[in-house]
Design a protein around this ligand. Structure first.
Ligand code: CMX
Ligand code: CO
Length: 144
């Protein structure tokens, strides 16, 4: 069951500059940052609030680490902006299977590693009304 907005992914050319915008404009601080080489991104997670399912909601600011990454390709085409939304669930495997059975393309055979030890998969934007959609099981809510 999807129980929260885990994060909104925002693509940018310059992570440090974008972090500074969110700090100066809204007062959001970096909760966590990391490089995910598999996804080709350097990212900063800005925590917005905790949620009553034990998880939290974040903004995920994303800067590409290589020219052939999905985010670099998207930035070249669209410029900076909202790249994807992510729903939180305690069971990414089960929810991905249920959604796949409804005819929506799930991009990964098995969930992969996301921010802060989470397990993630993606739904194809062309099957989701133009919205790249991620499913996330945070490390805290993962029973695996
Ligand atoms: N949102 C909405 N539509 C998107 C999109 C996005 N983020 N990215 C691509 N599309 C659309 C394109 O506009 C294009 O549409 P048209 O054919 O109408 O022009 C179509 O999807 C195909 O796009 P593409 O540029 O040819 O890109 P690819 O097919 O090579 O890749 C996708 C698209 C979704 C398969 C790829 O971006 C992907 O695998 N995404 C999941 C991984 C990811 O995004 N990782 C970074 C974030 C990591 C994290 O959140 O932790
Ligand atoms: Co994401």
């Amino acid at each position: 069951m999807l129980t929260r907005i885990d994060h909104i992914g925002i693509a940018c050319f310059d992570l440090d500059k974008t972090v500074e915008f969110y700090r100066a404009t809204y007062g959001f601080e970096v909760f966590h940052s990391e490089v995910n080489e598999e996804q080709g991104v350097r990212e900063a997670m800005l925590k917005i609030n905790d949620t009553d399912d034990g998880g939290a909601s974040y903004l995920q600011l994303l800067e590409p680490t290589r020219e052939d990454s999905t985010v670099a390709k998207w930035l070249a085409k669209n410029g900076e902006g909202v790249h994807h939304i992510a729903f939180g669930t305690a069971d990414v495997d089960g929810d991905a299977a249920d959604i796949k059975a409804k005819g929506v393309r799930v991009l990964y055979e098995e969930p992969r590693r996301g921010s802060m030890g989470s397990r993630i998969t993606f739904l194809h934007p062309k099957d989701c009304g133009g919205v790249l959609t991620e499913l996330v099981t945070s490390a805290e809510s993962d029973g695996h």
